[in-house]
Design a binder for this molecule. Structure first.
Ligand SMILES: [Zn+2]
Length: 186
């Protein structure tokens, strides 16, 4: 693994696409909410404050020898592009638990948490129904001895592909954090 202590060069799109349309304060009812352009609404009429904080997510690098498992997204954002298995951390959940839960949900794979290896964290932005979410993607590696079949009666995935590490085309990858990870860190 290469050094990833330096600052990121990935392009983070402007956030706050529709955030300034949220105008009415849920506390005092006046049309006085102000979006700070990054992560916070505050009311200019009362003391109400609402944060839109960074969401944690996990990305699983499932590797068998020199091949890595990618999923193909069948829903927006980035439908049709390659993605790593993973997802958002639920409230009151540890990241390793998220890895275990997501792999069971997405791939029906039962993982041994002690074999998960934390690799790196990278910021990402995720557009869902016209709202930008800033995420912090936590990358974990999970090595398997044999490639496995996946039952495809799943909602978020249309296909699973194993790709040799040396043959990964980052233009095919859905998200900037994962592009950066494979270009620079893995
Ligand atoms: Zn108010």
């Amino acid at each position: 693994m290469k050094n990833f202590g330096t600052s990121l060069s990935i392009t983070i799109q402007e956030t706050g696409l529709s955030m300034d349309k949220l105008k009415f304060c849920p506390k005092c009812g006046h049309e006085t909410l102000i979006w700070d352009g990054e992560k916070k609404w505050s009311c200019s009429n009362c003391d109400y404050v609402l944060f839109h904080n960074v969401a944690a997510a996990v990305a699983l690098v499932i590797r068998c020898a020199d091949e890595i498992l990618f999923t193909r997204r069948n829903q927006e954002p980035q439908k049709g592009k390659l993605d790593l298995a993973g997802g958002f951390v639920d409230p009151k959940e540890g990241a390793e638990q998220t890895c275990s839960r997501e792999l069971l949900e997405e791939l029906k794979l039962k993982v041994s948490i002690s074999r998960l290896r934390y690799l790196a964290s990278l910021p990402n932005v995720y557009l869902y129904k016209n709202i930008w979410y800033n995420t912090l993607d936590l990358f974990y590696e999970y090595v398997v001895d044999e490639k496995f079949e996946v039952n495809m009666e799943l909602s978020e995935i249309s296909e699973v592909v194993w790709i040799k590490k040396s043959e990964i085309n980052v233009d095919e990858i859905a998200f900037d954090s994962q592009k950066h990870f494979f270009e620079n860190l893995y």
